[in-house]
Write a protein that binds this ligand. Structure first.
Ligand SMILES: CC(C)(COP(=O)(O)OP(=O)(O)OC[C@H]1O[C@@H](n2cnc3c(N)ncnc32)[C@H](O)[C@@H]1OP(=O)(O)O)[C@@H](O)C(=O)NCCC(=O)NCCS
Length: 317
């Protein structure tokens, strides 16, 4: 926790507790986040432009977040940082009813942020990813999750990167495809999602595990020494429903567990004069679809209809 945040928390415990009680009491009830659900909300920072909205967002950030935001040199990066922080705070608030200003986070030695306040929300896990004009936040309960988004239009991508970062089998698969870029980004996002779910970033040797994409509805992982994990407890899902973007989710499951993953666009809600109490007044995020991960593989629903794959699974050329 930043010193300034610690100071505020230490000086104002009663006020903070009152504000939290207020925040929970007012507004419509929070949406329930089931133990077997994972929600992914994505937002385009370019759609958050109205000056009054940006102004309200800035008031949601903690002192240390505001200071960090001010250190960005380019306005575009500062804006992306702002929208990311507000997305995280409002998504967490959406499922708890706790005011968006009240959350505190600390960062692990590997860079992963986790909730430190309020203690009542300690079961919530979230993971954020950002790329050019897309920010996504996944949230779940008591479950390791990792999310990655990449722009397919990224300029500095060369096939040699596959030899450097991917396992030999993955690199060979990418090299075997004339239209290799899509496959490249599938591996890239899945590998990032896995290391983010583990919370250890690039301290994990990223070339020592292999994703098997033969069956896109049942993506498998295997490990080479010194890496060890339990492949049967890991599930992966690719999403390419947003043109020009690839998104991947990695998550841990218990044996035979059913998990529903929902994904959809949102714009963090706007806030009135008392931001801590009005989190539920904005438009609720609307999922575009959901995936039920059952032991036999994912079942995908879009607007109530079952689909064979999340629309559409990337072309496998
Ligand atoms: C930091 C890293 C975890 C993700 O980096 P990234 O893909 O560039 O960035 P993303 O936007 O997807 O994720 C960044 C967010 O992940 C979270 N994060 C940071 N470290 C994390 C960790 N160790 N575990 C889980 N999440 C982490 C943070 O919330 C961060 O956003 P924030 O700083 O705004 O809070 C790490 O994997 C990395 O540096 N990757 C570099 C990419 C690369 O070279 N990949 C090789 C090809 S596969």
């Amino acid at each position: 926790m930043h010193d300034a945040d610690r100071f505020l928390r230490a000086e104002l415990p009663v006020v903070a507790a009152e504000r939290e009680a207020e925040a929970v009491a007012e507004g419509s009830p929070p949406e329930e986040l089931g133990n077997n659900e994972i929600l992914i909300w994505h937002v385009r920072p370019s759609e958050v432009r109205a000056p009054e909205l940006v102004d309200q967002y800035e008031r949601i950030l903690s002192v240390s977040e505001r200071e960090r935001g001010d250190r960005f040199r380019f306005g575009r990066d500062r804006h992306s940082y702002l929208v990311t922080r507000v997305l995280v705070r409002t998504v967490l608030s959406h499922y708890t009813g706790i005011g968006p200003t009240l959350w505190s986070f600390e960062t692990s030695s590997y860079g992963r942020p986790a909730i430190t306040y309020p203690p009542s929300a300690s079961a919530l896990r979230f993971n954020v990813s950002h790329t050019t004009d897309l920010i996504a936040c996944a949230v779940a309960r008591r479950r390791e999750i990792g999310l990655d988004v990449e722009s397919l239009e990224r300029a500095n991508v060369r096939i040699e990167l596959a030899d450097r970062f991917f396992s030999p089998a993955e690199a060979a698969d990418v090299r075997s495809r004339p239209a290799w870029r899509t496959r490249f980004f599938e591996y890239w996002t899945l590998k990032e999602a896995y290391i983010k779910a583990r919370g250890m970033g690039l301290s994990l040797p990223i070339e020592k595990f292999t994703l098997d994409l033969q069956e896109p509805r049942d993506i498998r992982i295997s490990f080479a020494p010194p890496l060890r994990d339990r492949p049967e407890t890991l599930r992966f899902q690719l999403f390419d429903h947003l043109p020009s973007y690839m998104m991947a989710l990695a998550f841990r499951i218990a044996r035979q567990e059913r998990v529903v993953v929902r994904v959809g666009p949102t714009v963090p809600p706007s806030f009135g004069a008392a931001p801590a109490t009005s989190v539920h007044e904005g438009p609720s995020p609307t999922p575009v679809g959901s995936i039920e991960i059952v032991p036999e593989g994912p079942r995908v629903f879009l607007e109530g209809e079952e689909w064979g794959a999340f629309p559409p699974i990337a072309s496998k050329t």
